[in-house]
Design a binder for this molecule. Structure first.
Ligand code: UFG
Length: 328
């Protein structure tokens, strides 16, 4: 019996694979390596294949006696989703359809998948719990919300059970420093600050300091990637135990402003961060903080690395030893 991880060579996927392996679970990664990294996968088979290759998916599910799927394979850049919507509708929605049809053919009826805080859009209240209205303000969020609907429909029609995990700001890296965040292009705050400190890019631009927040910069809920991995495994076990389909928000419930993150990076690295204040970035809500009580109560999720300094230390271990990411 094994778990198939689509997109398992990507950032959150590869950390989830590690977490499963450390728990002694059998895994098989399915990834087309369009944004993932071969080097991020070790200790289990890596099938280099496309989500649209239904035959290969079915063959892989049979060959490895797959019991459940964790689905990460998707594009996830908010800005790009607005300039290339077709790419996102095609890959994220049609790709998920292909996967669900393959699961149906192969008789696999459990799936955990990565959703996002972007499904909520502009917050009406914080912390944002699962009951908060979902009115995404970008194409990426819309594709993820539609994927959630697809999962519900496949449960209703075919009994495929699913758990959607809506993450807030994934960050940090595996304790070993062997795997971490490596996107091309990089758009996320923490890797951008680290790369700037390491001299591989120029000063950081802070996107706006005129928000209605304590220091005028945007506030986010930063959650360690290994804690996200833990939640995936708990969700998987919940489905394997026969529980119903569900959705959970994942964050620490603490908000940090962009300037607070910059200061914390200075503390952790002992180096100064060069930055300037720029314009607001389109579509950035002022404050995004998760209400994750449901995940704690129902899944038994306990984030282990909630301290922002620990998150940044782990990120720094990875970035300072992999200045060029996996292509060191
Ligand atoms: N930021 C900067 N300068 C940068 C990069 C980011 O000031 O160079 C700011 C952003 O404006 C934002 C904060 O840092 O306020 C965090 O930005 P990220 O790009 O790291 O993360 P986001 O909050 O934009 O995105 C995250 C996830 C997305 C998800 C989104 C939900 O990475 O996948 O939350 O709103 F869609």
């Amino acid at each position: 019996m094994s778990v198939l991880i689509t997109g398992g060579a990507g950032y959150i996927g590869s950390h989830t694979v590690r977490y499963l392996q450390e728990a002694g679970r059998e895994t098989v990664v399915y990834d087309n390596l369009s944004t993932g990294h071969r080097e991020a996968v070790s200790g289990c088979p890596l099938i280099v294949g496309d989500i649209f290759d239904k035959e290969l998916l079915i063959e892989t599910m049979h060959k490895y006696n797959v019991q459940a799927v964790i689905h990460f394979a998707a594009f996830s850049l908010v800005g790009e989703s607005m300039t290339s919507p077709g790419k996102y509708y095609h890959n994220n929605i049609a790709g998920t359809l292909s996967l669900l049809e393959a699961m149906r053919s192969a008789g696999v009826d459990k799936i955990v998948f990565s959703s996002t805080a972007a499904t909520f859009g502009e917050p009406e209240y914080t912390p944002i719990d699962e009951k908060h209205p979902t009115v995404p303000t970008n194409v990426y969020g819309r594709t993820k919300l539609f994927m959630e609907s697809m999962m519900r429909d496949y449960d209703h029609a075919y009994g495929i059970k699913s758990i959607a995990l809506r993450y807030f700001n994934a960050c940090g890296a595996h304790k070993s420093g062997e795997i971490g965040e490596d996107h091309h292009p990089e758009s996320h705050l923490i890797p951008i600050i680290m790369q700037s400190v390491l001299g591989s890019r120029g000063p950081v631009t802070v996107f706006g300091d005129d928000y209605d927040t304590k220091d005028g910069t945007c506030i986010r809920d930063y959650i360690h990637v290994t804690d996200l991995a833990q939640a995936h495994v708990l969700a998987l076990d919940r489905l394997l135990a026969g529980c119903a389909s569900d959705v959970f928000n994942l964050g620490n419930g603490n908000g940090f402003s962009v300037l607070e993150i910059i200061n914390a990076v200075q503390q952790v690295t002992g180096r100064s961060v060069r930055y300037s204040i720029g314009d607001r970035r389109d579509g950035d809500p002022a404050v995004l903080i998760a209400g994750s009580q449901k995940a704690r109560e129902v899944l038994g999720w306990k984030p282990e690395y909630a301290d922002i300094n620990v998150i940044l230390e782990d990120a720094w271990r990875w970035h300072s030893s992999h200045k060029n990411g996996f292509s060191v």
